[in-house]
Design a protein around this ligand. Structure first.
Ligand SMILES: [Mg+2]
Length: 344
């Protein structure tokens, strides 16, 4: 494969090269790449801003993450945060720290992924920066979006008796990561990393090419529903419920049997000897939307395809409770990402 050294283009040449095909789609993007700053116009809207830093070796492993997928995911996880505010992502800026290990062709792949995500979600890439780094790759993405006055949804609006809803299914991205890590360990030392993932495609897709739930935000708006609180699931259901309950000053009661889990996730968890509910509660990187709505919206919200009602909001003093399949009530703990392996 052709390898062009980044130095042969220089910093400005590189940015020109990577951004030459960008066409602005949104009216709020007045000026994109090419001047000292981008110019955005959010006349009658609220502006939402979110940012994310991804470091090689901490947040991603290029041993099994293709650069195109990495570009796609870097953008999508930021869009997800804007949707979690009931907003629409409109612009991103992308900054990269890149070591000599990477060629112009590598960055082209990364930008292909970025551009694909921008195209699919109607977002403009309006700026960024590149710099050489001593080791590895660092990616910083900032996403700007719009929200309507009165319709922005925070984490702090959940009320007692509200229904707790989740889109899609949980735990698949985490099992995808476990699978990739296992294969990496098996193949360590071998130059050709070509494991067989037949029948596990969904898990890999959820880990490597996640999607943000633009569709759910659209359905909610079409149904005239403004959730009382909302958050995207990046660290795991338990942790996100904790954020909502803490900020809304409420408790919650969810039912284990109602947590949506895909068949491949359940199969893989069994193979790994992991409790599938623990995986769904604590895995993370699902980028599903967790939200609450008033009780009277039960019929309306359960009609939305891919949305599951998993429980309800309670009084603050009652804590965070999950009722297990055999009817036992246990306290939910946010385990986070790292400790799940040690869990029984
Ligand atoms: Mg978030």
């Amino acid at each position: 494969m052709k390898r062009t050294e980044i130095a042969s283009l220089g910093e400005f040449g590189l940015i020109d090269h990577l951004t030459k095909n960008i066409e602005l789609k949104n009216t709020s993007s007045e000026k994109g790449v090419g001047d000292d700053a981008a110019v955005l116009s959010y006349a009658n809207k609220k502006t939402l801003v979110t940012t994310d830093l991804l470091l090689e070796g901490i947040h991603f492993d290029l041993m099994y993450v293709p650069l195109k997928h990495l570009g796609y995911k870097s953008a999508v996880v930021n869009f997800s945060d804007i949707y979690a505010m009931n907003g629409q992502p409109k612009q991103i800026t992308v900054s990269l720290g890149i070591s000599k290990r990477f060629s112009v062709e590598d960055l082209e792949l990364f930008y292909e992924g970025l551009s694909l995500a921008c195209q699919e979600y109607g977002v403009d890439l309006v700026g960024g920066d590149t710099s050489s780094s001593l080791t590895g790759m660092a990616i910083s993405v900032t996403c700007i979006g719009e929200g309507e006055e009165g319709k922005i949804v925070y984490r702090n609006g959940a009320k007692e008796t509200d229904l707790i809803c989740i889109s899609g299914d949980l735990g698949a991205a985490f099992m995808g990561l476990q699978l990739l890590e296992r294969e990496k360990a098996v193949y360590s030392g071998e130059t050709d990393f070509q494991p067989d993932f037949t029948g596990k495609e969904y898990l890999l897709e959820r880990q490597l090419k996640p999607e943000a739930r633009k569709d759910i935000v659209k359905f909610l708006s079409e149904e005239g529903i403004v959730p009382t609180s909302m958050i995207d699931v990046s660290d795991g259901l338990s942790s996100e419920l904790k954020h909502i309950c803490k900020q809304s000053k409420v408790g919650c009661h969810i039912y284990e049997e109602r947590i949506p889990i895909d068949y491949q996730t359940a199969m893989m968890a069994e193979q790994f000897n992991m409790n599938v509910s623990t995986v769904a509660l604590n895995g993370g990187e699902d980028y599903e939307l967790l939200f609450t709505v008033p009780l009277y919206l039960h019929d309306k919200v359960s009609k939305i395809k891919g949305v599951h009602v998993i429980g309800h909001i309670t009084k603050e003093g009652l804590g965070l409770v999950m009722e297990t399949r055999d009817g036992t009530e246990i306290e939910l703990k946010a385990q986070g990402w790292d400790s799940i392996g040690e869990e029984k």
